[in-house]
Design a protein around this ligand. Structure first.
Ligand code: AMP
Length: 347
């Protein structure tokens, strides 16, 4: 899709931010409205009653029977007629598919190619490694396992199906239990505390911003500490994300996060072939020595930003006004439009 061609047919004074009703949609559209852009929500029929209560910041609804329709012609045509820029969140990418996102015929904010890298566990880690970011040790086969590891399935959503193991046998048994999947990675389990950094690469302001950070609240691993150890030890931890909790970091650690963020941006340019634009997230464990070990990234807005609809402690330092990640995206789009630079932020 040629962004320039689509934009030439748009009425840019009516530019709209569009997304699908899930994940971080409310925050994205709320922020877009605050920036004076129009807003479009693709919503499944059974969720319409809920989203309709936010009509004060949602201008248009595109109602679908199933998420499969997000990529269908009728929806695409409606999006184009409404002068839409799509902001893809995790669920949007899931509905359309990372591969099909490459050809989705509506301008999208940010990078399309990074979504492909994100969807492949091996490529994902390769990108982090090549950025010089510290990552957990990886084992290429179950037989190499000599310590506590976490086995991650490709395409798993929110950590579902991940399991811990300590020996080659435990890894093999776990994989068998899951029907012997082919797409998985075996990673050293890093002991420490989790921390997820929300970053934003801005071509328009020429800077990288730390927009916030969070901790994921995961079932059942975060519940195990509520049990006496003699009961907890009999239960296998699982990592299904159910929510997010805000956090701030020791200021001295922020510098490392910023450096990692900048290296990541450089690596996307070199390996992916296009610099990441807009929001992304580095997901880490911080060890007791204060080492930040990154085990995962997201190349788009993460749901953890939902804890900062009114801005985070960090976004206040840049903006001195409420600035959610959703609003930050809209600010980038609006400024790009007003300065004739939309093609730098849309793909
Ligand atoms: P992910 O799907 O990669 O974000 O992982 C889901 C959850 O598993 C994370 O939020 C962490 O709690 C945990 N996790 C993933 N990888 C590691 C690792 N290498 N060491 C420790 N915990 C991990």
């Amino acid at each position: 899709m040629e962004v320039a061609k689509v934009l030439s047919e748009y009425d840019l004074s009516k530019l709209a931010v569009a997304t699908a009703g899930s994940h971080s949609a409310l925050q994205i559209l709320h922020g877009a409205k605050k920036e004076g852009l129009r807003t479009v929500l693709i919503v499944k029929k059974d969720r319409y009653e809920f989203y309709r209560t936010f009509s004060h910041f949602i201008d248009s609804f595109i109602i679908v029977e199933s998420w499969g329709e997000v990529a269908q012609r009728e929806v695409v045509e409606e999006l184009l007629a409404l002068n839409s820029v799509v902001v893809p969140h995790g669920s949007f990418v899931e509905y359309v598919g990372a591969e099909r996102m490459l050809r989705y015929p509506v301008p999208i904010f940010g990078s399309r190619k990074i979504l492909m890298w994100e969807s492949d566990q091996r490529k994902k880690m390769e990108l982090l490694r090549s950025a010089g970011i510290r990552v957990p040790k990886e084992f290429s086969s179950p037989d190499e396992v000599d310590r506590l590891v976490i086995v991650k399935l490709g395409g798993a959503k929110g950590g579902r199906g991940y399991f811990l193991a300590r020996t080659p046998e435990e890894v093999k048994r776990g994989l068998e239990r899951l029907g012997s999947p082919e797409n998985y990675i075996i990673q050293e389990y890093v002991v420490g505390v989790p921390a997820y950094y929300h970053l934003f690469n801005s071509p328009i302001y020429g800077r990288l911003e730390i927009t916030g950070m969070d901790i994921r609240y995961e079932s059942n691993v975060d519940g195990l500490r509520r049990l006496p150890p003699e009961y907890a030890k009999e239960i296998s931890p699982t990592f299904t994300v159910v929510g997010n909790i805000p956090m701030v970091l020791r200021e001295s650690l922020l510098i490392k996060v910023f450096e990692y963020g900048r290296s990541f941006v450089r690596a996307t340019e070199e390996l992916v072939g296009e610099e990441i634009v807009g929001p992304f997230c580095l997901e880490s464990i911080i060890t007791e020595e204060g080492e930040i070990v990154v085990f995962e990234f997201s190349g788009r807005i993460v749901a953890g930003t939902n804890v900062y609809v009114h801005g985070s402690p960090y976004s206040w330092l840049y903006w001195d006004e409420p600035m959610s990640a959703g609003r930050r995206i809209a600010r980038e789009i609006r400024k790009a439009r007003d300065r004739g630079r939309l093609e730098e932020v849309l793909r």
